[in-house]
Design a protein around this ligand. Structure first.
Ligand code: SF4
Length: 429
C-alpha cells in the first residue's frame, strides 16, 4: 500500500478535531503505567513482551481482574499522586472490562490513555464506545504503512485496519499520538509516517530507537536493526515536517550527539523522559513494573518509593545503604515495614529534591538495568552527565564510532538543557 492508497482510507471528510496548544513548560510527569496482562491480537516480532504473549501459561499472560486493575489505579492516584495513566495490555482494547476501567480512572482523576495497535478501532462503533467511556487519548503504534506493517505484526490487512481506525479517531475527535519503532524498514518510511501524522491530526509522534528490553534481550533480529547514522537523514526530515505543522516530535533512546544541533531538543533519553508529561513517573513505575502488579494471580505488593542510586548522603542524612545497586535494600526485598518507614521519614526530613531523585534513578536505569555504555569520546563530551550513551547491545554489534563529543564550554548537568527549547503538548500538572 502506498501513502496515496493509505490516504484514501484515512482521509476524513467530516473531521472534527480540536486543537491543542504547545508549550515549553517542563514539569516532572505525573503519569503512571499499568500492564493489564500480556494478551494481544497481534504478534509483532520486536515486542518487548513477545515470549509472554506467545506463552499462554506464562503468569503474566492472562488479563487481571477489573477489581485488581482498579486497586492499582487507586494506588497510582492516592499513593503516588499520579493524574494520568498509560494502560497497556498486551493490547488493552481487547480487555473485557476496558470501558468500566476507563470510567473508573476518570472518576478518581486519572486521565486514561490506551497504548494500542489500533486494530479494534477500525470498528466505528468501538471507537464511539471509547469516546463515550471517557478515553483521554490513544497512543497508537504505527510501525510502518502497508504490507511492511502487516509483516511486522503478523496480520494480513492489518495496515488497512489501522488506516480505518485513524479515520474513526478523526471523525469522533478522539486525540491520538503515534509511536513508531525505528526498524530498518520503518527508517525508509519515516517521511510517509510524518506526512500521515500531519494529515490525520496526530498530536505527537515518538520515534523509538532499538532498545532490546525485557523479552527482546539477546534475541533481537539484528538484521533489522539500523545504525543510528543511517536513520538520521530521514529522521531529521520527518521532524521538520512535523514541526512545520506544529506537531510534537520526540526521538527516544537515540544518542544525542548523532543528531544535528537543531534536533537535540527532540532527544529523550532516561534523564529527559521524566520531563515529558506523556512519559512515566519513575516513582510509581518502580512499583507497577514489579511482577505482582502485572499478574492476574498474586496479591499486590505494598507500594514502594523510587529506587535510590548514587546518593550517599543529603543534608547530613546517610542514604548509602539504600543507594548501593544490588543490595537487598536496593530492591526492597526482605525489608521490614519499620525500615521502609525509616527510609520514607529520612527522605522527607532530608528534603531531597525530586529532580535529583529522578536524575539518579534515570542513571540507574541506563547504567545498571539496561546496560548503556560510554566510550573514550564521551569522556570529552560536555553533556556526558545528561546522556545515556549507547545501548550495550547496540555497541556490541556496531561499536561506538558514531559518538561525537559535544563542546559547549562548560559541563552540562541539567537534563533539560536541550529539551527546554522544544514545543510540546504539556498535560495539566
Ligand atoms: S556522552 Fe557520548 S554518546 Fe552522549 S552525546 Fe556525548 S559523545 Fe555522544
Amino acid at each position: 500500500m502506498t501513502l496515496d492508497e493509505a490516504r484514501e482510507l484515512y482521509k476524513c471528510e467530516n473531521k472534527n478535531q480540536s486543537k491543542v496548544e504547545l508549550s515549553k513548560e517542563r514539569y516532572i510527569t505525573r503519569r503512571g503505567v499499568v500492564w493489564l496482562g500480556q494478551t494481544c491480537n497481534l504478534n509483532c516480532y520486536f515486542c518487548y513482551f513477545k515470549d509472554k504473549i506467545d506463552d499462554k501459561e506464562h503468569p503474566e499472560h492472562p488479563f487481571m481482574s477489573l477489581e485488581k486493575a482498579k486497586k492499582i489505579m487507586h494506588t497510582l492516584r492516592y499513593v503516588y499522586a499520579n493524574n494520568s495513566v498509560d494502560i497497556q495490555g498486551g493490547e488493552p482494547t481487547i480487555y473485557p472490562q476496558i470501558f468500566e476501567l476507563i470510567e473508573y480512572c476518570n472518576e478518581i482523576g486519572l486521565a486514561p490513555t490506551l497504548i494500542t495497535n489500533g486494530i479494534v478501532l477500525a470498528n466505528e462503533e468501538m471507537a464511539q464506545k471509547f469516546k463515550k467511556a471517557g478515553i483521554k487519548d490513544f497512543l497508537f503504534s504505527i510501525h510502518a504503512i502497508g504490507e511492511t506493517y502487516d509483516r511486522i505484526v503478523g496480520l494480513k490487512n492489518g495496515s488497512i485496519k489501522q488506516m480505518k481506525a485513524l479515520k474513526n479517531l478523526q471523525k469522533y475527535d478522539i486525540p491520538f499520538r503515534l509511536n513508531c519503532t525505528l526498524t530498518k524498514e520503518a527508517g525508509r518510511q519515516l517521511i510517509d509516517i510524518a506526512t500521515l501524522a500531519v494529515e490525520t491530526g496526530a498530536r505527537a509522534v515518538n520515534f523509538i530507537a532499538f532498545n532490546p528490553f525485557a523479552d527482546q534481550q539477546g534475541k533481537r533480529d539484528l538484521t533489522d536493526v539500523p545504525k543510528y547514522s543511517d536513520l538520521k537523514e530521514n529522521l531529521q526530515k520527518a521532524i521538520d515536517i512535523l514541526e512545520e505543522n506544529s506537531i510534537e516530535a520526540n526521538v527516544r533512546y537515540f544518542p544525542i550527539c548523532v543528531l544535528d544541533e537543531k534536533y537535540r531538543k527532540n532527544a529523550y533519553n532516561f534523564q529527559q523522559l521524566p520531563y515529558d508529561s506523556h512519559e512515566w513517573d519513575y516513582n510509581s513505575w518502580t512499583w507497577t513494573t514489579r511482577f505482582n502488579q502485572k499478574t492476574k494471580w498474586n496479591e499486590l505488593d505494598k507500594p514502594i518509593p523510587i529506587l535510590l542510586y548514587n546518593l550517599k548522603e543529603y543534608n547530613g542524612i546517610d542514604f548509602s545503604k539504600w543507594s548501593e545497586h544490588g543490595t537487598k535494600q536496593h530492591y526492597f526485598k526482605d525489608v521490614t515495614d519499620y525500615e521502609m518507614f525509616e527510609l520514607m521519614l529520612q527522605l522527607f526530613s532530608a528534603d531531597v529534591p525530586k529532580e535529583l531523585l529522578y536524575k539518579n534513578n534515570a542513571k540507574l536505569r541506563a547504567e545498571k538495568h539496561t546496560g548503556y555504555r560510554k566510550c573514550q569520546t564521551c569522556q570529552n563530551c560536555d553533556i556526558e552527565d545528561i546522556c545515556d550513551g549507547f545501548h550495550g547491545d547496540y555497541a556490541e554489534v556496531f561499536g561506538m564510532d558514531e559518538a561525537r563529543a559535544i563542546s559547549i564550554g562548560e559541563k552540562i548537568t541539567d537534563p533539560k538543557y536541550y529539551i527546554k527549547e522544544q514545543l510540546k503538548v504539556v498535560d495539566e500538572f
